[in-house]
Design a binder for this molecule. Structure first.
Ligand code: ASP
Length: 486
């Protein structure tokens, strides 16, 4: 049976095993604890919380002065006075030398990691969208199944983002977390809420190269979509270019793997700095954020998607979950939809009875572009960061989050932490500082495991729904357990 093997995609998480058998996420866990301990030690004797307040005052005053200069007016005397006072207070706020040095090292290490993420995001998203969409051209020719699949993906991903937005607006995990971040608000405030027409205009680039140079994510995505569709329509003639896009996408994924090797160090540095500045209250705030994501994932995966399964595929949810459990467990532990793909297909065929004609098409596509869990997480995380910065996003901006989170999930590869990388797109689109990623990165691995298993559950349910509508489910296999053993 021709089947995409994990080795075919460099997107696979290498098992990431060390000689002692420890895996990347073990190191991330250890780094997280060490980071908290180090941050706690820094926060304890020092005056860091006070320093952060002064730093923010300096930033806000500087921002007001910059704004005035931009608009060609004299800065208000109060702003100058505020700046002088805050700078003096900052200088006077003594912190032990060792903690200042450690904080500076942590800041540099954290920034380095964030810059690497920023470096990779544009090419990664561009090539992966061009490649996936160009292949959709073939898919459209597969007519009915293709369109049913895309319809299912679009509806469920949209619902996931919507659910995430509703939950994050109700729970508001980031409100009161502004002590986590020292310098975001001024930068973010420059974005301003877009009007609906502005929103529309912002999507279409007048110059795609400029859009890339300025990391204008929505415009890049729009251009990549156009190029992908064009290449798909051109068929054979464009095959070489599509293959080049695939190779380049794979190369970007290889680089992402290299960057991920640094994740434990980044987590240690970012966590130590964050806890050092904000104290232990940070943990509580992050717990609230994690809870929001996990609650959203649970509702979407185990209520919304299972209800869709019951309604459209007429399969008992419990029987189904039991059947695909190995795929869910594998996706949870590897945090990679692509690595789980062979198991996803195996279980869908041999436990649920979905015919190979459907699984061989729907599952690989789903592992690449259908990521409900990731989409939900992206929307919650972006809103959490906005709330932490004390920025209220207007309805127009939340629509923007909706659009970009959906597209960012489509663009995310089925590999560990891909969602964290494409997060930059959502933040960028609504003018939030990318530094916000620094806060959520520490707990991202755990959330990645949870969201990946919802991604895979969504792929399996999609295959079942499409298969049922095509009459391609083998009832004998589906109900095999019910029959008395011969
Ligand atoms: N790890 C996820 C997946 O493979 C993608 C993500 O980072 O959200 O499905």
């Amino acid at each position: 049976m021709p089947r995409p093997m994990p080795e075919e995609t460099p997107g696979q998480p290498e098992p990431a095993k060390s000689r002692k058998g420890l895996q990347l996420y073990h190191y991330v866990g250890i780094a997280l604890l060490l980071g908290v301990a180090l941050g706690w030690a820094i926060n304890g004797p020092g005056q860091w919380e006070q320093r952060v307040v002064y730093e923010r005052q300096v930033n806000i005053a500087q921002y007001k002065i910059r704004q005035a200069e931009k608009e060609g007016r004299e800065p208000a005397p109060e702003a100058l006075q505020d700046l002088a006072q805050a700078e003096a207070a900052l200088e006077a706020a003594e912190t032990p030398a060792w903690s200042s040095v450690t904080m500076e090292i942590c800041r540099t290490a954290g920034q380095l990691f964030l810059r690497l993420i920023k470096m990779i995001v544009v090419p990664l998203i561009f090539f992966s969208i061009v490649y996936s969409v160009a292949n959709l051209g073939d898919m459209a020719r597969l007519s009915r199944i293709g369109w049913k699949t895309v319809l299912y993906y679009t509806c469920t991903t949209g619902m996931a983002v919507l659910l995430g937005l509703v939950l994050v607006n109700i729970i508001q995990p980031g409100v009161g977390a502004n002590n986590l971040l020292s310098s975001g608000a001024p930068e973010a405030a420059e974005a301003g809420p877009p009007t609906p027409t502005e929103l529309l205009l912002r999507i279409v680039p007048d110059n795609p190269i400029r859009a890339m140079a300025e990391t204008d994510s929505l415009q890049i995505i729009f251009f990549a979509l156009c190029l992908g569709v064009a290449l798909g329509v051109m068929g054979k003639k464009a095959r070489v270019v599509v293959e080049i896009a695939e190779v380049l996408m794979d190369a970007m994924i290889v680089i992402v793997h290299w960057i991920l090797k640094l994740l434990p160090f980044a987590v240690l540095a970012l966590m130590a700095r964050a806890v050092g500045q904000a104290g232990i209250s940070l943990i509580l705030q992050l717990a609230k954020y994690m809870l929001t994501v996990v609650l959203g994932l649970a509702i979407h995966g185990y209520v919304v998607l299972l209800a869709a399964l019951w309604i459209f595929a007429r399969i008992q949810p419990w029987r189904f979950v039991k059947g695909v459990a190995p795929a869910l467990i594998t996706s949870f532990s590897t945090a990679s939809s692509s690595a789980t793909l062979p198991i996803t297909m195996e279980e869908c065929e041999n436990k649920v009875g979905i015919k190979e004609r459907i699984t061989s098409f729907v599952c690989p596509l789903g592992a690449t572009i259908n990521m409900d869990g990731t989409a939900l997480y992206e929307s919650v995380a972006a809103m959490f960061i906005a709330q932490a910065y004390g920025i209220e996003l207007s309805l127009g901006e939340q629509v923007m989050v909706f659009l970009t989170a959906t597209l960012a999930a489509i663009g995310a590869a089925g590999i560990p932490e891909a969602g964290l990388v494409t997060m930059a797109i959502v933040l960028r689109a609504v003018g939030l500082p990318l530094e916000g990623i620094g806060i959520i990165v520490a707990v991202d691995r755990v959330l990645d495991m949870c969201r990946t298993s919802v991604n895979v559950l969504g792929d399996c349910i999609g295959a079942a729904i499409v298969a049922r509508s095509e009459g391609e489910i083998d009832e004998d296999i589906l109900y095999a357990e019910d029959r008395p053993a011969a």
